[in-house]
Design a protein around this ligand. Structure first.
Ligand code: OXD
Ligand code: MN
Length: 584
């Protein structure tokens, strides 16, 4: 497709007052930010140079899965876990929604590259949007600008986004335009293209992130034999200077950013960060699995982030950061629950009004975010921009589970590891609209992000395992197990390095493990300086696991004929091992 013709077509449809082709320069960023400041939609922060605060419409604060569609030709190809719509029907709906939707606004055209410029992994997109907030975020989150257009060899992924609020002549804009009653985020994987209407929230509006790098890319990855995953990538170096890379998938707001930027409590160990949310992985000619981070920045959850939980994130956001839906202090700094200090008097809540500490409501929205360039991270991995990616030695899956699931377990082999991925379930968080705390299945932490039938996706993972004899080992972790009183059994954060150490050593065949019905468990962990009851953390109750397996069996039925028999066999074997274990 010729991008110039496409841009003209979209302008014709959306009828903006102006078209602005983004060059990606700092001057452009500063000028858009200055204009938002003059309209009071951005507030400059006094204590963080180059940083701004803003707050959204109260109904536009998270991803909206119920309005997110996969529009492939056959419903079965979207699968039972996605909303499906016939592509023609969706195009008809979009045409009427987008007709004239940018009246009175500027239409920004954002050429962007997911992945390092020139990398064989990288893919190009062009996002059209009428939101200046989106332009600022895309500048931080992607490699964006005119130079990207030169990289377009054949195709790019077109994406059209509108807040869905046209302006009448002379009408004054509202501070955070959005159209909650008409929201739709539609993906057309076979075209491919993305259309997003009515929301300005990051996950719905920054089309390079979840829409392209996961939903569309997962389909491209299946067709082209690679993996597009909801995974952080970290580098870990032992005291002897040996370095390995680990990729890890956790559902949204389960600590991926904290793990990706971990400050080890074990002396001599070092962690460096390649990415905190998305990994694109393919086998290299040496048979190893190589990963890149397609993003260039972090769109991290602010609440809970502190010098104790994630000092590297705190240093990263000390300047040139955007804050959305956190609280604003009277001296123009940001504040959120769990930042590690008391709320100052005169705090402005994320809703933009004076916060009443007695209200019982948080000052910052639980899904409040910071957007910041990865380059500002003091532990940005030196190989993070390597166009060929980094070799992955281990893959971790995890969820937020108060009971049943031990701190760490290793899969017997690739198929068993794929079974781990398929069996991820987690308590829901504020990253998406829904009942917080409720347990839901979230296979591979990809439930909201897989652009095709998840049964076929499981099969794709199994197929990938046949492509190499140097496969990464696979693990399942749970930092969130609690005791009878509801207290966390594991301190988490920097202490998680003790688990990473065991994984690191397992991948060099240096750490012992014992057989359990659910996989290999550590015989011991390096707990120096910690007083922890490992028994409770590693307890595997045959009864609880039988229930877990039963539950999984009924979940897997959802995928009908698409459910790979190999995974059903894994489940059967688990059940057998559990009943044998019970007999001993
Ligand atoms: C995210 C999410 O924003 O997973 O990364 O919701
Ligand atoms: Mn995510």
């Amino acid at each position: 497709m010729n991008y110039k013709i496409w841009i003209d077509e979209i302008a014709e449809l959306c009828q903006p007052s102006r078209v602005h082709l983004c060059d990606g320069s700092d001057e452009e960023y500063n000028s858009i930010a200055a204009s938002m400041v003059s309209h009071q939609t951005l507030i400059p922060l006094k204590k963080r140079p180059g940083s701004f605060w803003c707050h959204s419409h109260p109904d536009d604060v998270a991803r909206v899965e119920e309005c997110t569609f996969i529009c492939c030709k056959e419903k079965v190809d979207a699968g039972p876990t996605n909303n499906w719509c016939d592509p023609q029907e969706m195009h008809r709906r979009l045409k009427s929604l987008f007709a004239g939707c940018m009246r009175g606004r500027t239409m920004y055209v954002i050429p962007y590259c997911m992945g390092p410029i020139g990398s064989p992994f990288s893919k190009i997109g062009i996002e059209i949007t009428d939101s200046p907030y989106v332009v600022l975020n895309m500048k931080i989150m992607t490699r964006m600008g005119l130079h990207v257009l030169k990289q377009i060899k054949s195709d790019f992924v077109p994406g059209v986004h509108s807040v869905g609020v046209p302006l009448k002549p002379g009408e004054k804009d509202v501070p955070w335009p959005c159209n909650p009653s008409d929201r739709v985020i539609a993906h057309f994987p076979h075209e491919p293209s993305i259309w997003s209407f009515g929301s300005g929230y990051g996950g719905n509006a920054l089309l390079g992130k979840k829409c392209f790098a996961l939903r569309i890319a997962s389909v491209l990855a299946r067709n082209e034999s690679w993996l597009a995953e909801h995974m952080l990538i970290l580098g870990i170096t032992n005291p002897q200077g040996q370095k390995k890379y680990i990729a890890a998938a956790f559902p949204s707001a389960c600590g991926k950013t904290n793990l990706a930027m971990l400050t080890p409590t074990l002396p001599g160990w070092k962690v460096e960060c390649v990415g905190d949310d998305i990994a694109w992985m393919r086998f290299g000619s040496d048979g190893r699995l190589y990963a890149i981070n397609p993003e260039a920045g972090y769109f991290g959850v602010a609440p809970g982030t502190s010098m104790k939980t994630n000092p590297n994130a705190m240093k990263t956001i000390a300047h040139d950061a955007l804050f959305t839906n956190v609280a604003l202090t009277p001296d123009r700094d940001v504040w959120w629950e769990g930042i590690g200090s008391e709320p100052p008097p005169g705090l402005i809540s994320w809703l933009g009004s004076l916060w009443d500490p007695k209200s019982g409501k948080p000052a910052s929205h639980p899904n409040a975010r910071f957007t910041v360039s990865a380059k500002q991270n003091p532990i940005y991995d030196p190989e993070a921009e390597n166009p060929l990616g980094v070799p992955i030695s281990a893959i971790i899956f995890g969820g937020r589970r108060a009971s049943v699931v031990p701190l760490v377990v290793e899969a017997f082999n690739w198929a068993h590891g794929v079974f781990f991925g398929a069996s991820v379930s987690s308590e829901m968080t504020a990253a998406a609209k829904g009942e917080i705390g409720k347990l839901r299945h979230d296979p591979f932490a990809m439930l909201p992000f897989c652009g095709y039938n998840m049964g076929d996706y499981f099969n794709h993972w199994l197929e990938m395992g046949k492509k190499s004899h140097q496969l990464p080992r696979i693990y399942y972790v749970n930092w969130f197990r609690k005791d009878e009183e509801g207290k966390y059994l594991w301190p988490g954060f920097g202490e998680n390095v003790r688990v990473l150490k065991w994984i690191f050593e397992r991948t060099s065949n240096l750490a012992p493990a014992k057989l359990s019905p659910i996989g290999h468990l550590p015989t011991t962990l390096d707990l120096s300086g910690l007083d922890i009851d490992l028994k409770k953390l590693f307890h595997v109750s045959a009864q609880e696991w039988q229930q877990e397996a039963q539950e999984l069996a009924s979940y897997f039925k959802l995928f009908k004929d698409q459910m790979p028999p190999v995974l059903l066999d894994e489940l059967k074997h688990l059940m057998q091992r559990l009943s044998e274990h019970e007999k001993v």
